[in-house]
Design a binder for this molecule. Sequence first.
Ligand SMILES: Cc1cc2nc3c(=O)[nH]c(=O)nc-3n(C[C@H](O)[C@H](O)[C@H](O)COP(=O)(O)OP(=O)(O)OC[C@H]3O[C@@H](n4cnc5c(N)ncnc54)[C@H](O)[C@@H]3O)c2cc1C
Length: 349
Amino acid sequence: MPDLVVAGAGMAGLVAAAHARERGAHVQVLEKGDRIGGAMLLSSGVIWRHRDFDAFRAEAPAGDPELQRLVLDRLDADLAWLESLGARVTERETGNPRTSGMRFDTRSLVDALATGDVQLRTPLHALPEGAPVVLATGGFAADRGLVREHITPEADELMLRSTPWSTGDGLRLGLAAGGSLGDGMGEFYGRNMPAARIPESEFVSASQLYARFATVVNERGERFEAATWSEIDVAQWTARQPRARAWFRVAETALGERVRERTVADMIAAAERAGAAVERSGGLVTVETVAAITTTLGGLRVDRRARAAPRVYAAGHDAGGISTGGYASGLAAALVLGRIAAESALEAR
Ligand SMILES: Cc1cc2nc3c(=O)[nH]c(=O)nc-3n(C[C@H](O)[C@H](O)[C@H](O)COP(=O)(O)OP(=O)(O)OC[C@H]3O[C@@H](n4cnc5c(N)ncnc54)[C@H](O)[C@@H]3O)c2cc1C
């Protein structure tokens, strides 16, 4: 019998398994999809934190302060651990003055964390008997029913900007074990994307991240003012508009403005290449966008030992409460809570 069962071989699950194996444990890792890496493999690989605790509280005011403190205090050591495993750092800054962290090559991150067997195409359906479990199934972004129940009646219109496998299995299993839902079940991290078919290889490059320079309207012509640098509020608002659509209208004079490494013109060109409706007239460019859900932010309520229920631990997007009311790095939360969940689960053997 394994010492520990891990459900999910994305960021949180691979971290939990690697950490437990380092401690000599026999770990069984089950993965629903046909590859390891989860959303992490598709991500930009930037693992970051807010600069200090006050900034974290200001950026995610409804989150659990204890969990936020853990992420803040432990992230730097956990990043050093990733590097010690061989994960390749491509940048030692995030490019955002509000945050600190590192950008990793995601393929090397997966390779560094792949420390043992993973059973592919093998979803965890029921809690294992006799061994503690770490639920790391990545939340419920890919489950239309749960998205409709918790996030928006326009669930069928949303684009899924992640893998198709995170359908709330961890949430259901945790609840069945006696766990409870955390706060912020209606919150998600996502982007506005060109209203067109976008292959997963273009989830990062096609994102439309210039609402700060645009007038944003829904199909009734009602406006939304973007208020966050991450533009998470724009995606969340768009998700609740008719057909989950919003139009970004930008003056041609703003096309040279930059958001990190891309200009507004670059992002509009990506929308045009993808086949979205882009209209140019009277010195304005208008792009039709659709809200895309990357990850859900609400999940099981966990304590500072990542415990969701007796002998059941949750990490990554199966655990809620870290970025509630705003946004924080999902990769950072998965890294820190993944290691803690492994430690706690081994203590519970
Ligand atoms: C395009 C894109 C860009 C992103 N950029 C960034 C970024 O730069 N910085 C950042 O911090 N975050 C970013 N993210 C978010 C980040 O990838 C996630 O926050 C992180 O990967 C979450 O880790 P996780 O372990 O919870 O989920 P995942 O990494 O998705 O892993 C969950 C795994 O569980 C599996 N699974 C599901 N159900 C079961 C089951 N029943 N049994 C077994 N396995 C199951 C899934 O197949 C999946 O492999 C990005 C995401 C995307 C898609």
